[in-house]
Design a protein around this ligand. Structure first.
Ligand code: 5SP
Ligand code: CO
Length: 217
């Protein structure tokens, strides 16, 4: 199980210090939530901030684009330092083309699904992608409650993986804490995004340790 702390819940006034804490604690990926105020009702950061962080952070940048028409900005995010770019199925009219644009840049491609979007929407792209991001809250904000019905969705997607030699990993994003991490990984999640349950605590290093311990029980 990999842990990808989401900087959405970090203190943007001392962002690099917060990131250094989770890097030292053994975080696997840095999850960066990009929001445009259109696709989701919130605005966060763009390529400029990612570029500034890139040469100071060594773990891979997992960039979650919650923006309309993401194809217009892929190049900018790749140049800024994204290692994985995930676009929302709901934001892409020509999803296959957008995936190819990301892959042609030489980085990994992921596709995210809102809670109400069935996994079947990805049937004909699953063999092309490196990651499926299942939203377990409605995208837009950190600190929301995990939607319990998403456990069956994770299991369904995980069963699909057993039928064919797909390479994609399942990333799960929203409302994950030490109280539900085990049920999420048991259902088949490979990568856990956690924002408030890491950066919302006094000690992010301890929070990562506790997530890993809770996953063993
Ligand atoms: O993409 C999103 C929200 O849209 C997430 O990455 C959140 O940032 C996760 O935050 P928590 O639910 O873990 O607080
Ligand atoms: Co996210």
């Amino acid at each position: 199980m990999k842990i990808a702390p989401s900087i959405l819940s970090a203190d943007f006034g001392c962002l690099i210090e917060d990131i250094k804490k989770i890097e030292r604690a053994g975080a696997d990926l840095l999850h960066i939530d990009v929001m445009d105020g259109h696709f989701v009702p919130n605005i966060t950061i763009g390529p400029g901030v990612i570029r500034s962080l890139k040469n100071r952070v060594s773990i891979p940048f997992d960039v979650h684009l919650m923006i309309d028409e993401p194809e217009k900005y892929i190049n900018e995010f790749v140049k800024a330092g994204a290692d994985i770019i995930t676009v929302h199925q709901e934001a892409c009219i020509h999803l296959n083309r957008v995936i190819q644009i990301i892959k042609d840049c030489g980085i990994k491609a992921g596709v995210a699904l809102n809670p109400s979007t069935p996994v079947e929407m990805l049937e004909y792209v699953l063999s092309d992608i490196d990651m499926v991001l299942l939203m377990t809250v409605n995208p837009g904000f950190g600190g929301q409650k995990f939607i319990d019905s998403m456990i069956d969705k994770i299991s369904d997607l995980n069963s699909t993986k057993k039928n064919k030699p797909f390479k994609f990993e399942i990333e799960v994003d929203g409302g994950i804490s030490k109280s539900n991490i085990k049920i999420v990984t048991d259902a088949g999640a490979d990568i856990i995004v956690a924002g408030s349950s890491i950066f919302g605590t006094e000690d992010p290093k301890k929070a990562i340790y506790e997530l890993r311990e809770a996953n063993k029980k």
